[in-house]
Design a protein around this ligand. Structure first.
Ligand SMILES: [Zn+2]
Length: 167
C-alpha cells in the first residue's frame, strides 16, 4: 500500500480504526505510556526544534493560551499549593550556605569595616565584593569578599579597591 492508498483506506475506515485505537490504549495504558516516553526521549532534539518553530509561528495562540490559563478561578490556589510543595521539597540549602559564608567573612575581618575601621554596633556591616560582580568578580569566593560598612559600601559602588587608594 502506498501513501495515497493508505490515506484512502484510513478515511474510509476511520471510525473503526479510531475505536480500535482507543480500545488498545485503554487496555495497554502502561505500555503506551512507556512507549510514548521512549519515543519522546529518542526524538527530544527534533521535538524541541518543532516546538520552537511552532511557538515562533503562533505567538497569538500562545498569548491566548496564557490568558485562558490565568483566567481560571482555581489557578491561584493551585499556584500557592505548588509553591508550598516546591519549598517543602527544595529546602534553601543555598541560603544557609550564604549565611554561613557571610558570618565567616565578618569573623575574619573582626567585625570591622575594612575601609574606614568602624566597628559593628556603631555601623551596619555588609559584605562587599573586592572585584565587583559587574567586572566578573567571583560571588562566593572568600578572597573576593570583604567587610564594609554600609556607608563605605554604597559610596564605593563599582569602583575597584585599588582605585579607591585606601591604605
Ligand atoms: Zn566603612
Amino acid at each position: 500500500m502506498n501513501k495515497e492508498q493508505r490515506r484512502k483506506y484510513y478515511l474510509k475506515n476511520r471510525d473503526r480504526i479510531l475505536t480500535n485505537q482507543k480500545r488498545y490504549v485503554e487496555n495497554h495504558r502502561e505500555k503506551v505510556k512507556n512507549d510514548k516516553r521512549k519515543w519522546q526521549e529518542k526524538n527530544r532534539e527534533r521535538l524541541k526544534k518543532y516546538g520552537k518553530r511552532w511557538r515562533e509561528k503562533n505567538p497569538e495562540k500562545i498569548k491566548e493560551f496564557t490568558k485562558r490559563y490565568y483566567s481560571r478561578p482555581d489557578i491561584k490556589q493551585q499556584k500557592l499549593e505548588y509553591n508550598r510543595q516546591y519549598r517543602k521539597n527544595h529546602p534553601r540549602k543555598d541560603y544557609q550556605h550564604k549565611k554561613k559564608l557571610r558570618f565567616e567573612i565578618l569573623k575574619r575581618d573582626n567585625f570591622t569595616c575594612q575601609y574606614c575601621g568602624r566597628k559593628a554596633p556603631n555601623v551596619e556591616l555588609q559584605i562587599d565584593h573586592i572585584q565587583p560582580l559587574s567586572e566578573d568578580g567571583e560571588r562566593y569566593k572568600k578572597e573576593n569578599l570583604i567587610t564594609a560598612c554600609s556607608d563605605c559600601n554604597q559610596g564605593k559602588g563599582d569602583v575597584l579597591l585599588s582605585e579607591l587608594k585606601v591604605v
